[in-house]
Ligand binder design. Structure first.
Ligand code: HSE
Length: 431
């Protein structure tokens, strides 16, 4: 299919038109790239739905380049085909539209969605920056451990809270939970769901312990629990497992799930010293506050447990997942080595182990902090995904996509509840 043969729809900023090429859905988007972040988010949301995208970029001479750059920071690979070249060779193709874009007015809800933000570090800070400039949302409180610590972005003093119960007392519609501590995060998620507050979490340790119990709690209280950012940073790994499962029973998952380990292994292969590589991973915002979780496989095993919950009835507990540790003196196999998380239904085994992947093109050349996933179903069909697995920009994008999904389909309970003076029943926050 060439550019000339593609009918262009009227300009709007979301998915304009969806067609199918064989069994692959394709979204055609006409985008105003004057707001580059919003245009990139529109593409990202289609990618995570499993669609190929043809994006027509308008809004300045360099609109296509700006869109490609913004998508690269999220971890979405793009191609910019010349006129006459095939458009659907890449997962995302960008073609230049008219220089002057027609503005796409955004649908503003009757009142903004009230957001309580827990955590204001690498991910929470990125989410706050976007929330603060978007009038569809109102930030009602920001939970931090140390209110005196300087933050980027700065948080208005009236929003800063150190007590989880005080955060929920501000009656949010949604809790965005982006703290690193498992038990505080879990208690807060449970308390929010118990009072019918929707939750978007990026906290794999909190969600991975027992995702089925949290999902059941959400259902019992008519709340939604979304946690795309807890696995894969900006790469749509959970969505890919869901697509595979919808196709047929999942028999195998193989994945690189920890950006820090992937980054360090790449640096080690390039001759960089272990400590230097770890410092660079921390400085870039890839490593956890305590990088032991990254290096010991604890982070990857929580993520594998979440993917197992998506893939299988009954899931798998993180404690059942064997782990290996990466350290300065770990004896690694020769060749291209990855921290590979594997779940094999037929052998009933699950492990996070350092594995040689030479010749496996999905994993062997996986750059920097990228993550990748291969899911195999019982009939031999293979589903794959790759993207940036850690860091502020991609992980924020994933949280943002969950938040905008919530905005696009307000829960019945929230819709009925959305008036001044509404009161929810109180639940205590227990750690
Ligand atoms: N520390 C994690 C990683 C962050 O390196 O993958 C993303 O979950």
């Amino acid at each position: 299919m060439t550019a000339a043969s593609l009918p262009l729809p009227r300009p709007v900023s979301g998915a304009d038109l969806t067609a199918h090429v064989s069994d692959e859905p394709v979204a055609l988007l006409q985008l105003d790239v004057s707001d580059t972040a919003e245009a990139a988010s529109a593409v990202y949301r289609e990618v995570r739905r499993g669609r190929r995208v043809v994006a027509v970029a308008s809004g300045g001479v360099d609109a296509s380049a700006r869109l490609a750059e913004a998508l690269d920071l999220i971890g979405v690979t793009t191609a910019r085909p010349e006129p006459g070249q095939a458009l659907l060779n890449a997962p995302v193709s960008i073609v230049a539209g008219p220089e002057t874009a027609i503005a796409h007015p955004r649908t503003i809800p009757a009142r903004p969605l009230r957001v309580a933000l827990a955590g204001c570090g690498v991910v929470g800070g990125g989410v706050l920056a976007r929330l603060s400039t978007d009038d569809r949302f109102e930030v009602v409180g920001v939970l931090v451990r140390d209110p005196k610590k300087p933050r980027d972005p700065a948080v208005p003093g009236a929003l800063l809270l150190a007590d989880p119960a005080a955060l929920l007392a501000r009656e949010p519609d949604v809790l965005v939970e982006a703290i690193s501590d498992a038990s505080t995060g879990l208690a807060l998620i449970r308390a929010a769901l118990s009072r019918g507050v929707d939750v978007v979490s990026a906290n794999k340790q909190a969600v991975g312990g027992d995702p089925a119990a949290l999902t059941a709690l959400a259902e019992a209280h008519e709340a939604r629990l979304l946690y795309s950012a807890s696995v894969g940073g900006g790469s749509p790994l959970i969505e890919t497992v869901r697509r595979a499962r919808a196709h047929g029973p999942v028999v195998r998952i193989e994945a690189v799930l920890n950006g820090t380990c992937n980054f360090i292994l790449n640096r080690l292969a390039a001759g960089v010293a272990f400590d230097e590589a770890l410092i660079a991973a921390r400085d870039a915002g890839f490593a956890e506050e305590d990088p032991t979780a990254d290096l010991s496989g604890l982070d990857a095993s929580a993520k594998l447990a979440i993917l197992a919950h998506e893939a299988l009835d009954g899931g798998i507990s993180p404690e059942r997942i064997a782990r290996e540790t990466l350290s300065a003196d770990a004896a690694l196999l020769p060749g291209r080595v990855r921290q590979l998380s594997r779940l094999d239904v037929r052998t009933d085994s699950a492990a996070v182990a350092f594995t040689a992947v030479d010749g496996d093109s999905l994993f062997a050349d996986l750059p920097d902090e990228w993550n990748a996933l291969r899911v195999t179903t019982g009939d031999g069909r293979v589903f794959t995904a790759r993207g940036r697995g850690a860091g502020r920009i991609p992980t924020t994008e994933s949280v943002w996509a969950d938040l905008t999904d919530l905005l696009a389909s307000p829960s019945q309970r929230n819709a009925a509840d959305r008036g001044p003076g509404r009161r929810r029943k109180c639940a205590s926050v227990q750690e």
